[in-house]
Design a protein around this ligand. Structure first.
Ligand code: 2DT
Length: 211
């Protein structure tokens, strides 16, 4: 526990397969909360703007090759390098809408065959989100949606394994949203849940850490 009982921002994570609609829903949530006057920022992982992020980006676009363990630790380091800023923002009252977090880290690397517990270990001690929203869509449906792009993981067979890993990670506190509904329906559901959490965090809910 961080032990700060003051008013703070909420830490909200969106997770799901590629093409599940996360990124569009994140930006809509940003405008929604800003419209209500809640200070809000949109973050995403990997954060490709740092030097670690650039190594990740080169790997994802197949410009470099890295051992599976190595890239896993880079993703984790990319979260660690942002963690104190993240904590400062939250404590100063800014809500963070975050597109992917440690759950993507574990789901993607364990889908490659790395040990599940080994994948979770470097995330121990990172800030835990107040809310995980999982946009649930089948890998087949995701593939139909205008197809995957050219990045490393955007292939149906691999996405099926990622879906299984997410399944193993899910805990009862996650909110599972049927991602096959229209963008508007999904957004409406997300807005209600997110607003509840923003208000609860303002009232002083303590921050906690993974896992
Ligand atoms: P975007 O397409 O959302 O930029 O993601 N990934 C992401 C991992 O393998 N481990 C991680 O820790 C994170 C955050 C998911 C780029 C790809 O990176 C994968 C898709």
């Amino acid at each position: 526990k961080v032990g700060d009982d003051g008013s703070r921002g909420a830490f909200i994570v969106l997770e799901g397969l590629d093409r599940s609609g996360k990124t569009s829903q994140c930006s809509k949530l940003l405008s929604y909360l800003e419209g209500l006057g809640h200070p809000t920022e949109l973050w995403r992982f990997p954060d490709r703007s740092t030097s670690i992020g650039q190594m990740i980006s080169a790997y994802l676009s197949n410009q470099s090759q890295l051992d599976d363990h190595t890239i896993h630790l880079l993703y984790s380091a990319n979260r660690w390098e942002k963690s104190s800023l993240m904590e400062t923002k939250l404590k100063s009252g800014t809500t963070l809408i975050v597109d992917r977090y440690s759950y993507s880290g574990v789901a993607f690397s364990s889908a490659k065959g790395l040990d599940f517990e080994w994948c979770k270990a470097p995330e121990i001690g990172l800030l835990a989100p107040d809310l995980v929203l999982y946009l649930d869509i089948t890998p087949e449906k995701a593939a139909e949606r205008g197809g995957y792009g050219g990045e490393r993981y955007e292939k149906l067979e691999f996405q099926k394994k990622v879906a299984e890993s997410y399944q193993a990670l899910r805990d009862p506190s996650w909110k599972i949203i049927d991602g096959c509904q229209s963008m508007e329906e999904v957004q409406k559901l997300l807005q209600e849940i997110v607003l509840d959490h923003v208000i609860a965090c303002k009232k002083g809910r303590a921050l906690s850490h993974l896992w």
